[in-house]
Ligand binder design. Structure first.
Ligand SMILES: Cc1cc2nc3c(=O)[nH]c(=O)nc-3n(C[C@H](O)[C@H](O)[C@H](O)COP(=O)(O)O)c2cc1C
Length: 201
């Protein structure tokens, strides 16, 4: 009888220790995700070093992990590393001159034809979530990047379409220059208590 109670007590200790370990692992994972979220910033200063294909693949995979309405995944991603193309993109985009020193760019495209209800709105929302995942993955890999606008500016979308051969029905949502950061760019504290409403507006 004493032996059975002893075994039961030992089993309980092992279960508790295991549960505590899982909890601390989960907490660590959560902290990692939160620190990446809070460390993310628009990086506009790059060293000029290249970005590896492996990192770019990880970044696009993170984009594709985003949620979408009815899981339609109405998007495509154009990955650019060719210096000439990056420079050509920069020439027609007044607020994306950092492309001249970026090692790569990912153009997030929204595809209304694939979206829930063929909706432009859903396509843009879904692709925007992929765009944010991309920015977070860039940060998590120790790289730098930022969202530069194509959509909703007709002239910028036309330029991106022309340089990359993107069809008319596809919306080039943004251009995301990616590179090795110089370290000059820092995250901003945007927490504003007054923007939170609790229980009612
Ligand atoms: C829809 C959108 C369009 C943007 N377009 C540009 C742009 O064309 N050029 C640029 O330098 N930054 C652009 N940004 C980056 C914002 O300026 C930046 O996110 C904002 O200043 C907050 O800074 P943070 O990203 O460091 O937190 C854009 C961001 C968003 C969300």
């Amino acid at each position: 009888m004493v032996k059975v109670a002893g075994i039961a007590a030992l089993a309980a200790v092992i279960v508790c220790a295991f549960a505590a370990r899982i909890t601390s692992q989960e907490e660590k994972k959560m902290q990692d995700a939160l620190s990446v979220i809070h460390q993310r910033k628009s990086v506009r200063n790059f060293t000029g070093e290249p970005v590896s294909k492996e990192d770019l693949d990880k970044i696009v995979r993170a984009g594709m992990a985003a949620p979408t309405a009815r899981n339609k995944q109405p998007w495509s991603f154009v990955v650019v590393t060719d210096r000439k193309k990056l420079d050509e993109l920069a020439q027609g985009l007044p607020y994306a001159k950092m492309l001249f020193k970026a090692g790569a760019a990912i153009i997030v495209c929204a595809e209304p034809e694939k979206a829930h209800g063929r909706s432009v709105e859903y396509a843009v929302i879904d692709a925007s979530l992929a765009g944010q995942n991309i920015l977070l993955a860039v940060e998590a890999l120790g790289l730098g990047g930022l969202w530069t606008a194509a959509y909703p500016k007709a002239d910028r979308m036309a330029h991106v379409r022309k340089v990359l051969g993107i069809p008319e029905g596809v919306i080039p949502l943004n251009v995301t220059p990616i590179g090795v950061p110089t370290g000059e760019d820092k995250p901003k504290d945007k927490y504003r208590k007054e923007n939170i409403h609790r229980e009612k507006w």
